[in-house]
Design a protein around this ligand. Structure first.
Ligand SMILES: [Zn+2]
Ligand SMILES: [Zn+2]
Length: 145
């Protein structure tokens, strides 16, 4: 029988069972391009460990999320994103996750995203939660609302 991890697209990328180019990696995280970019720069930062989505996070995951954010800044800087104030980082809220393996979206320049991308990755979107909100909810409540 196949386990959930066998069929998970991001677990397969982790296991280098795909052509996806890994842009950055360390013991805990991987970074690669989003296959359907919503902005000029659009990267995904994914924990190696299979976590379903942001609702599965707990207060103890704050350091992990912070590491995901720091890898997000690293890939944006590495790819010469000029304006680091014009960046959007966040998670999709289930059931609006395209892949059921936790992934942080890092997009830039945020102000030049199309209307459609704003719907998917906008701070006012019902489908998307910014990483700042996730971190503050984890710190105060120990979970994502
Ligand atoms: Zn997975
Ligand atoms: Zn997503």
């Amino acid at each position: 029988m196949e386990s959930e991890e066998d069929v998970c697209a991001f677990c397969r990328i982790r296991d280098t069972d795909t052509d996806t180019e890994i842009l950055l990696s360390d013991e805990q995280l991987l970074c690669f391009r989003d296959v359907k970019p919503g902005a000029t720069h659009h990267y995904l930062i994914v924990p190696r460990m299979h976590i379903d989505n942001c609702k599965a996070l707990q207060g103890t995951d704050v350091p992990l999320v912070e590491q995901m954010v720091s890898m997000g800044w690293r890939i944006l800087e590495k790819n010469k994103v000029g304006d680091l104030d014009d960046v959007r980082m966040g998670f999709h809220i289930p059931p609006f996750c395209s892949v059921p393996h936790l992934h942080l979206h890092a997009l830039a320049p945020a102000s030049k995203m199309s209307f459609k991308s704003q719907l998917h990755y906008g701070p006012q979107s019902h489908w998307f939660i910014t990483v700042d909100k996730v971190l503050s909810q984890l710190k105060t409540r120990g979970k994502v609302k």
